[in-house]
Design a protein around this ligand. Sequence first.
Ligand code: PFF
Length: 459
Amino acid sequence: MPENEERASFSGKVGFVLAASASAVGLGNLWRFPYLTSHYGGGIFVIVYIILAVTFGFSLLIAETALGRKTGKSCISAFGELCSKYKWIGVLAALVPILIVPYYCVIGGWVTKWFAESAMGGLSTLASSGYWVSFVTGGETGDMSDPTAWFLIFALLCVVCVAVGVERGIERLSKILMPLLLFMIIGITIYEFTLPNIWDGVVFYLNPDISKLNAGTFMGAISQIFYSMSLAMGIMITYGSYMKKSVSIEKSARNVGVIDTGVAFLAGLMIIPAAFAYDHPDAQSIGLMFTALPDVFATMPGGEIVAPVFYLLVLFAAMTSAVSLLETVVSVFVDLKAIKRKKSILISIALILVLGMMSVLGFGPLATDIPLLDGGAGWLGIFDTITNNFMMPIVALLTCIFIGYVIKVTVITDEVKADGNAFVSERLFEVMIKYICPVFLALMLIVAVTITFGIYSPY
Ligand code: PFF
């Protein structure tokens, strides 16, 4: 991402789409979407997700991008620029990546471990029963040094990228590596279709079971949309501020949405049926991606080569997202505290270490016992729930109210039309931002509170 002091802009039409997609496509698509789909009943969750993505996700992506381009500012200053009383919404949004990036690095560490292990001929170890659980919990001895080391390695990789400022290079590389990842996901899925017992999982994934639809499905889907599309945390506002006036916001948002949702859909199709075929007891847990795929690779001809290449590409996708998160965190401190970038990087490192270690050790000595909030995933689950189910819907709700009722929707729609093209979905956008999004998001917050405090249980 370009430096704050001199606001550079993305090159041409594809610059924004590339950078925003590199941020959006990551562990959210490959790790989070599949296990949530399993958890919320398969096909019905997929349908709800897609419907919400093309309505809510698309509208919010347009809103945030236009907010950024209109003001030419990153998240905190963008709200303040349009109405100084509301700068705090930007501050709240900026807090989200601070809580996400540490645990994102923990999961990035798992991917790094899976890459290294498979590259060193350890595919059968990864595929052995109960391996992921024993890895994250430290096994029988409870020794947490392995998950700690891999978390630190991934975090270090990201910090170095941000400190050295190679984001532009990474983005260029992602032009080649992202399509390659997509190609591999499709290839692996085609292979899986030749396996026995695969079809039960395919039916579960593609055939919606209406009886499993409840308020929890919507809550899970909307939080996943924010997470996956990098919304409600300021990042798309910053990316919008680097977008040229001549580029169509609407078309760009559509492209980013289609790429992100497409990758999530295909990742689910690759992972969920595999979990069914190999009968994984933890099919609904956060370990799904790490348990289901090694079995597939272990039986696949040439799996010893396919596995490390695949994990390397996932690692790359995770890094592009983590770097964009970390970059946001660093610039938040620069913006808020007017401190130097170097010092801001040091604060970010300290936060990653403290909160990241809480997430790692939450599977061992720091295990918590907060029902529902941690979803069985310890501190990692707590950070995930607080950000996804509470903070992001609040930020998105406030953003809609800010646009719809404080600055007025026309400020944003005029910005969308500033490239000279018609805003095809203008009417939908207006209705979404002013009425549907705020009401729906308020309901989702009520659902989140009632589920968390055990008042309502959709399961
Ligand atoms: N969208 C990313 C993913 O799906 O993995 C996560 C993320 C990256 C969120 C960067 C926010 C962000 F700024």
